[in-house]
Design a protein. Structure first.
Length: 186
């Protein structure tokens, strides 16, 4: 494994390999800013209000479990591998390098303050309902800490909130670079 990569594991034993973007020692503990090696994706369902208008809606985990094998097969036809990774769905494989701005979809994700940018990479039907798999164009980073034994654990929301000023201070350069890149693209 790449020395700048770590593996996160959730309570069910699923794993997620991540690149270490930045690390910082705070009060003797190493904190890490991580991005998944494979591409984070989200699956949304289409709800029709009228024949002309449809709305994307997030699906529950139980519905995702029902459609997972179909989504996996559809993506396999595009030489992409859908993975039920820890903390997020991911796809492995070659995605288009060039993205046409017209193909970017902004979705108002439940619980988020702003819309997020996605790229639709697959569409399929299951039990007469339409679904789309979207690539997250600006996936949020994961914050983790490395234990004295070398294990890496994802920080929960409470820990992130408690550490937020310190994390922002230590990772300010990263966020400035990321925000600067987004401003340059706009």
């Amino acid at each position: 494994m790449n020395p700048s990569a770590v593996t996160l594991k959730d309570e069910t034993g699923r794993t997620l390999v991540c690149e270490i973007e930045r690390s910082a020692a705070i009060d003797g503990i190493e904190y890490l800013l991580l991005h998944p090696v494979d591409h984070p994706v989200r699956v949304f369902a289409w709800e029709s209000e009228t024949e002309e208008e449809s709305t994307l809606v997030e699906i529950e985990d139980t519905e995702l479990a029902d459609i997972y094998e179909t989504a996996k097969a559809v993506l396999a036809e595009k030489d992409l591998t859908l993975q039920d990774s820890a903390y997020t769905l991911t796809v492995a494989g070659e995605l288009p390098e060039e993205i046409d701005e017209d193909d970017i979809v902004q979705i108002d994700v439940e619980g988020e303050d702003e819309t997020e940018d996605f790229l639709e990479i697959a569409k399929f039907y299951f039990a007469e309902r339409g679904y789309s798999v979207f690539l997250e164009l600006d996936p949020l980073p994961f914050f983790a800490k490395r234990t004295a034994g070398g294990e890496v654990h994802l920080l929960d929301e409470e820990a992130i909130a408690a550490l937020q000023p310190l994390l922002e201070e230590h990772f300010a350069e990263y966020f400035a670079d990321e925000l600067g890149d987004e401003d340059e693209e706009s």
